[in-house]
Design a protein around this ligand. Sequence first.
Ligand SMILES: [Zn+2]
Length: 187
Amino acid sequence: MKSAVLAAVVLAGVVAGAPARAQHAHAAHEHGVAELRVVAEGEALVVEFASPLDNLVGFEHPPRTPAERKAMTDAEAALRNGAGLFQPSAAANCRLADVALDSPWLQGKHHDHGHDHAHAHAEPASDGHAELVAGYRFECARPAALESLRIGLFDAFPRLRELRAERATARGQGAAVLKAGQAELPL
Ligand SMILES: [Zn+2]
């Protein structure tokens, strides 16, 4: 699996100069389940979403038909709308500063920002599965007011059943399992 390396690359791309704290072991690839990591540090709120592609588009092979290409394009557009997918506490006054997507068959441009191209792109796993990793960086004017993160992923991607979330913030570290209807992560 290259996903741990990929996650580190994406997060490093989002948070220039951050230590490679994302070098974690991913859980097993399980359809219907995805992972979310949330790190708040200073004014930065960084969200990393890693999911089997099946949760997002319903398949894990290169898009072959117009319908499959449209599904991929639509999923990418939804994922780039980070302000719609993730709503930090309003009082914290956060704005979305950066989005990075990586997956084997991105339809849009691969890079939203100017980091160099020294890394390889995600490749499909040899077992026929494939994932997508999305990284988001918010900048919050009042980070002390960050209390929760409301998550719109279940509305955007109905195939997603469960989100295994980890957070590291000024209040400490924690983990939570989120589902549709329970889609708010305490920070
Ligand atoms: Zn799969």
